[in-house]
Design a binder for this molecule. Sequence first.
Ligand code: PMP
Length: 308
Amino acid sequence: MSVAFHGAEFCWMNGETVETKKALVSAMEPIHLGIFEGIKAYVENDVNGSGRLSIFQWKPHVDRLRRSAAVCGLKIPFTSEELLEATRKTIRANGFNTNIYIQPRIWPRAGASEEVHVVIPIWTFETVLGKDNPRFSKNRKFMISTWRRIASDALPAQVKTWANYGNSALAMREAERLGYDGAIFLDNRGLVSEGTGACIMAVRNGKVMTPPVTASILESITRETLLSIMPEDLGIPVEVKDIARVELYSSDEAFLCGTGWEITPITSIDGLSLGKEYPGPLTRRIAECYADIIAGKVEKHKEWLTQT
Ligand code: PMP
């Protein structure tokens, strides 16, 4: 990923705040069917300059964690309110007043498929968002991965289980080995799926298109957020549709969207430059609007922010 992450001193584990370096489990624990979430909290920079740290889209993230648990047959022994309180406690323990990435992780304990470990580690990170941020406008060369996205009748691509991320890691490693900044998957039908940890959107003739959930993509919260703000707040037409590889090559702009990658423009795919301008004008507008929303500057979307 193009953003730098730094681990925090304290995390939360099975009901207690502990030093992250002491949050240990046995080497005998099973590792294949854990689930997790990736959530961000941003410092609000609203008109009152409140400087509060607020979690973006808490409820959809916890709802998806529960869907992931249901699909993988795990029971989460904490209510959503308890997980929120645990997250708040961990933020306070670390004394954070900076943008953070929160990754609740749940996995079965050895020999007891019903019982789980619940850990909430936190990282600080550097955002790609913000006007004139060089991280945003940096050139990014992507490739179409030779690895296909996992078919969702083999692994549940729509939810967040670690099992899916071996697929992402193979594609990312291949891309790095070949000198690219990232990879885009095709699904098992040969149609565009998503990135290695983010969804993809492409712009053609002033319209944004993105693949449907049936293209083996994660049910992304950022994608859902953008699908609502693009037409309603920005007047940009959007279409959820299957996308052929050639449509990506001939798009005017393309960008990744996700909690981790935020809104990350793509310069070229397989060596073919996209459009005339980089980052493209719609990508910039969408990223600016998204940055304002997460900073609490857009009154009508403040319900997407949960105070810590
Ligand atoms: N696809 C994959 C495979 C991901 O890991 C992520 C990051 N969670 C996304 C898409 C984007 O999802 P979200 O917007 O909910 O972060």
